[in-house]
Design a protein around this ligand. Structure first.
Ligand code: GLY
Ligand code: MN
Ligand code: MN
Length: 493
């Protein structure tokens, strides 16, 4: 379907109004109180006489008249709950006085209701919905932004994230994100010509494009109870995907098919999205750290398969990796490498508690892996990190690599993810070639340690091999041969 039959559709739109059906919507999203509280926390941390400004994410075009599925900017979502494009939020440190004498300390401009557009692309909250559903006292259509008269020169600081300058202008909409940014630039006297140094230095006395990074990291790094419950769902769903694949996998399946089983489980549990493109790499493909082609049509019985996937549930994502033998049993070499990675993770878990720098988790894993690879004769004395080129811990939340601080704190949610990747033709005995192992788990930092959120996904050699012996619902999922289907379709029978 294209937009070309819009005019014909107009006739049936008179009196047409899309209303949210309560029964359509899950009721366990974050509440308006959550977002309001977050805005309050941000305001409390803002410098005196300042305003923080946030823009919604742009719509991205995929090709022709098809856009990518829209995903809100996580900071914007965190502070508002608003999931639509073409919006801008202002959070003021102090009360502002409007022309009519009323006072306010936050204001949101949103895309307007539009019955025709809503018939094509879905419901919009509009000004009224933003007030009713999201609890904003001051919400306006984005077309009002041009007339919004605030003297930004009066603030000691105007904080915002610098524009990425890759936002398209929709010529049919004079209040889209492109225009909102252009109008904002005029209002704050943002210099038109940027030089390289401007991205490092504040470009005008009161424009600050760095300060929000720390402010948002402090806030978003510490998860609230409600956020932890959403992350717990995302993690459990992702673990169940790993479990189903462990039972279903067989030599000869494709990487894509394995990916499909994980993602089917996510959908079954109403996870709306993936936190990042799924990584499913058999054998040598597992050595490509962010391998997302998942193209190998037939995985071989002697290979390991590395599966790094995370469901996104109500905006929050898991990040879990399991590596398993395609035929259900680790070879002696695979087992040695696997258990070395596991040992590295277990050692890091021993120091996982508030106060530990995340970098210490990486150092601990590297020490274990370097020692182990030396003992196995895979590296020589003095060689380091040869087959382990990444750090092992990041925050998870609304982003898979979420905002948060460098030291672990209570109510952080983080990963620990050591790995060893030995590509074909590596400078070691070829019995090790094509062995790639990553083990990645998700943890909630508690008062004096951690809760292992992803522990239901089998992790030790024995747990994995035992799980892989279990029958699978997919054993009976037998689809017809595509070539035969095509022949039948061509023959007209
Ligand atoms: N899945 C990306 C990462 O593990 O950081
Ligand atoms: Mn990760
Ligand atoms: Mn990962």
């Amino acid at each position: 379907m294209t937009m070309k039959i819009q005019l014909a559709s107009l006739l049936i739109l008179f009196g047409f109004s899309l209303q949210a059906q309560d029964s359509d919507m899950p009721n366990d999203f974050l509440s308006k109180g959550f977002h309001k509280d977050r805005r309050g926390q941000l305001r409390a941390g803002l410098p005196p006489n300042s305003v923080a400004v946030f823009f919604a994410n742009p719509v991205r075009n995929r090709a022709n008249d098809v856009d990518y599925v829209y995903h809100q900017d996580p900071d914007f979502y965190y502070l508002t709950g608003y999931k639509e494009p073409d919006a801008v939020l202002f959070i003021f440190k102090d009360k502002q006085v409007a022309a009519n004498g009323s006072s306010y300390n936050e204001i949101l401009f949103v895309q307007p209701r539009n019955a025709l557009r809503e018939m094509w692309t879905g419901r919009r909250l509009g000004e009224k919905g933003t007030k009713d559903v999201l609890g904003f006292e001051q919400a306006f259509n984005n077309s009002e932004f041009k007339r919004y008269a605030v003297d930004f020169s009066k603030f000691d600081k105007v904080l915002f994230f610098d524009f990425k300058n890759d936002v398209r202008d929709n010529p049919r909409d004079s209040s889209d994100l492109y225009d909102l940014i252009e109008q904002f630039k005029v209002k704050v006297n943002y210099p038109e010509k940027k030089s390289v140094s401007l991205s490092v230095e504040p470009i005008k006395n009161n424009l600050d494009m760095k300060g929000l990074n720390d402010q948002m990291a402090k806030l978003r790094g510490i998860k609230t109870k409600d956020e932890i419950e959403l992350i717990r769902n995302a993690v459990s769903i992702s673990c169940l995907g790993q479990v189903e694949v462990m039972k279903a996998i067989k030599p000869g399946m494709s990487e894509r098919e394995i990916q499909g089983i994980h993602e089917f489980v996510y959908k079954k549990y109403q996870a709306e999205d993936l936190g990042y493109p799924s990584i499913v790499g058999a054998g040598h493909n597992g050595c490509i750290l962010h391998y997302i082609d998942n193209y190998k049509p037939s995985i071989s019985s002697k290979e390991l398969i590395l599966m790094d996937l995370g469901a996104e549930f109500h905006g929050y994502t898991a990040d879990i990796t399991r590596t398993i033998p395609v035929n259900g049993k680790f070879s002696p070499e695979q087992k040695l490498i696997y258990e070395l990675v596991l040992k590295a993770q277990e050692e890091a878990m021993k120091i996982t508690k508030p106060g530990t720098p995340r970098s210490a988790l990486t150092d601990t894993c590297r020490a274990v892996v370097n020692r182990g690879l030396l003992q196995l004769g895979i590296i020589k004395s003095g060689e380091k990190h040869l087959y382990f080129p990444h750090g092992v811990s990041h925050h998870i939340g609304l982003d898979v690599h979420d905002r948060g601080g460098p030291l672990l704190e209570e109510n952080n949610t983080v990963t620990i993810e050591p790995g060893i990747y030995i590509p074909d033709n590596a400078a070691c005995d070829k019995k090790w070639w094509g062995i790639a192992v990553r083990i990645e788990d998700d943890y909630l930092i508690t008062k004096d340690g951690y809760e292992h959120l992803s522990k239901i996904a089998p992790r030790t050699v024995k747990e994995i091999e035992d799980m892989m012996k279990q029958p699978s619902v997919f054993d009976k999922f037998d689809l017809p041969d595509l070539k035969k289907v095509n022949e039948k379709s061509k023959s007209g029978n």
